[in-house]
Design a protein around this ligand. Sequence first.
Ligand code: 5GP
Length: 201
Amino acid sequence: MSNSSAVPSDRRQGNLIVISGPSGVGKTSICEALLTQLPDTVWSVSVTTRRTRAGEEGGHCYEFATREEFEAREAAGEFLETAEYIGQRYGTPRKPVEDALARGQNVVMEIDVQGGMQVAAKIPDSVRLFVLSPDMESLRARLEGRKTEAAEQLAKRLAKADGEIAIARDSGAYQHFVVNDCLETTIEEVKAIINKESGTA
Ligand code: 5GP
């Protein structure tokens, strides 16, 4: 980290925790649980060019920007990582993450696989988890033999999720793959992984 020299030597750096996974797999619920259940843990607010969804106004998840604003900030080197996801830009501002880690806080980032790979390269001691759905195989089985339009739509979604999972596995960017079968159990599993990785277990 560029400003780590500002950290008193007797003070441990916080942990950078990266949570990725296909859409709808429960990443946000896991991140929210980590924020309340891990000590001194903050959320990394991403910048995105996508439109605000109902209920997101004034929320803590995103800062919304135009593509021009995003690109200007990107050109200025403001982002730790960036991605293009279904035609929209997403990025993590670098400074809030570095400042929080230097203060000894844990930082939780919910980002896609493109971002996960960049963080793995730039901050190798981050803890990176990829969340999987237990439904993938059963959904795939149900799709077999069905040729309805609805099934095709499901297949497209599955194919997209499959692509993300393949990249996550092939890239080696994630140390842990967690199946979100029961949310409460998954949260305990994720917390145990973080504690073990950060040497606090
Ligand atoms: P959504 O638009 O559904 O909120 O997010 C779409 C995808 O972008 C999700 O996989 C989410 O985790 C990811 N994402 C959100 N913020 C960031 C970010 O700052 N960087 C990257 N790389 N991905 C992000």
